[in-house]
Design a protein around this ligand. Structure first.
Ligand SMILES: NC(=O)C1=CN([C@@H]2O[C@H](COP(=O)(O)OP(=O)(O)OC[C@H]3O[C@@H](n4cnc5c(N)ncnc54)[C@H](OP(=O)(O)O)[C@@H]3O)[C@@H](O)[C@H]2O)C=CC1
Ligand SMILES: CC(=O)N[C@@H](CCC(=O)OP(=O)(O)O)C(=O)O
Length: 345
């Protein structure tokens, strides 16, 4: 099966290339750029010097003729415009941006401050939280790949909500931290070395665009969900997300019960690894891999559960989950091309 990547020169695009080069069924057919067509991929990306591909312009009709799937790894505000051209063509689309995740155009415009995609396309797009939406993903034409923070948060929260231990009044608090590659390839005043080195920053306080995305999915599991508290921090490391979450549960529980619950829920989901009792994950144990590692603890004093969830933002948080979704969509093994161990130490 042939695949194309739009936004191939960005961090998400290059991570797609890294995994697709080792994929048993998918072959990279073309790589697309908005600003560098005609140049060789390796010219600005020395680590890809072994690849001879030339970057091509973004022509949806030409892409649909050569490929079965196109990955859009473009900044927000791009696929909301491009998607209309692809949706009339015979090609599956997997969008890594936030453009097709929110079910209401007004909500997208409110949080992203950009024009939304057409309503009928938003309705057609399937939310690609792979562990929780596989049946819909199998039948999808357009997949909205989840955001990095929502992936870590929702995988950690899901068992409590789907198994009835937490409900609408769970008073969810998510305290999340990310490595700097989450902000993409372009350097900025916030992310350059002397700003980030030996520093720890909170940003977008109570304003992050992933708030409605997390609430939307939690609301599917628990109707009438009260608003959540969600805040994000930048950590001076390249990759990794840790979401530490606090959830009020509706009855007493124990760490043994919680561990059993999480293990049972994720029994048939190889990319989610539940930690042993009294162990909590760190970002390095998933570095470069498609794993999401989760640790849980019940605090008897407060009646709250603490969930710690870690992913690599560029893999399970972006390119890895996008390929996992492509595997499910094409009827392949979910793990095809993704079953590598984390890079450690
Ligand atoms: N980084 C992360 O951890 C995650 C990112 N995402 C999302 O994935 C998407 C890609 O992110 P990331 O790779 O980090 O971003 P980058 O900024 O690293 O890369 C984006 C790429 O998109 C291309 N691009 C820029 N403007 C346009 C345009 N107008 N039309 C078409 N292509 C354009 C650029 O390449 P060129 O100039 O060659 O066209 C650029 O290399 C974003 O929407 C991001 O929010 C989601 C989850 C995690
Ligand atoms: C560290 C960092 O800056 N992370 C980015 C994640 C961006 C992203 O993934 O945005 P969409 O999912 O909405 O496309 C942020 O917090 O905005």
């Amino acid at each position: 099966m042939n695949v194309s990547i739009v936004g191939a020169t960005g961090y998400g695009g290059m991570e797609l290339i890294r995994f697709l080069n080792n994929h048993p069924q998918f072959k990279i057919k073309s790589l697309h750029t908005s600003s560098q067509f005609g140049r060789s991929l390796y010219e600005e990306n020395a680590h890809l010097m072994h690849m001879k591909d030339t970057l091509e312009e973004i022509d949806p009709e030409a892409i649909a003729k050569k490929s079965d799937i196109v990955f859009l790894a473009t900044p927000s505000g791009v696929s909301s415009q491009l998607i209309s051209e692809f949706s009339d063509l015979d090609i599956k689309v997997i969008d890594l941006s936030g453009d097709l995740r929110l079910q209401t155009p007004g909500e997208y415009e409110n949080w992203y401050k950009k024009p939304a995609a057409p309503q009928h396309i938003i309705e057609e797009a399937v939310y690609g939280l792979a562990e929780w939406n596989a049946e819909a993903i199998k039948k999808a034409t357009i997949i909205a790949n989840p955001g990095c923070y929502p992936t870590a948060s929702l995988l950690g929260l899901a068992p409590l909500f789907t198994e009835g231990l937490a409900g609408a009044d769970a008073d969810v608090i998510i305290d999340a931290k990310s490595g700097v590659s989450g902000a993409g390839k372009s350097p900025s005043a916030v992310t350059h070395f002397s700003e980030m080195n030996e520093n720890f920053k909170i940003y977008k306080v109570n304003q992050h665009q992933h708030i409605p995305e997390i609430e939307q999915q939690l609301g599917r599991w628990s109707s009438g969900l009260q608003p959540i508290t969600f805040n994000t921090h930048l950590v001076p490391m390249t990759r990794g997300i840790m979401a530490t979450m606090y959830i009020k549960v509706n009855r007493e529980t124990s760490n043994v019960e919680l561990k059993d619950l999480y293990e049972t829920v994720y029994e048939n989901h190889p990319f989610v690894r539940v930690q042993p009792l009294d162990r909590y994950p760190s970002t390095k144990q998933v570095y470069g891999s498609n794993f999401c590692d989760i640790g849980v603890d019940y605090d008897e004093r407060t009646g709250k559960v603490t969930v710690v969830s870690v992913i690599d933002n560029l893999v399970k948080g972006a390119a890895g989950q996008a390929i996992q979704n492509a595997n499910i969509l094409m009827g392949l093994e979910e793990t095809a091309g993704l079953w590598n161990s984390p890079l450690y130490p």
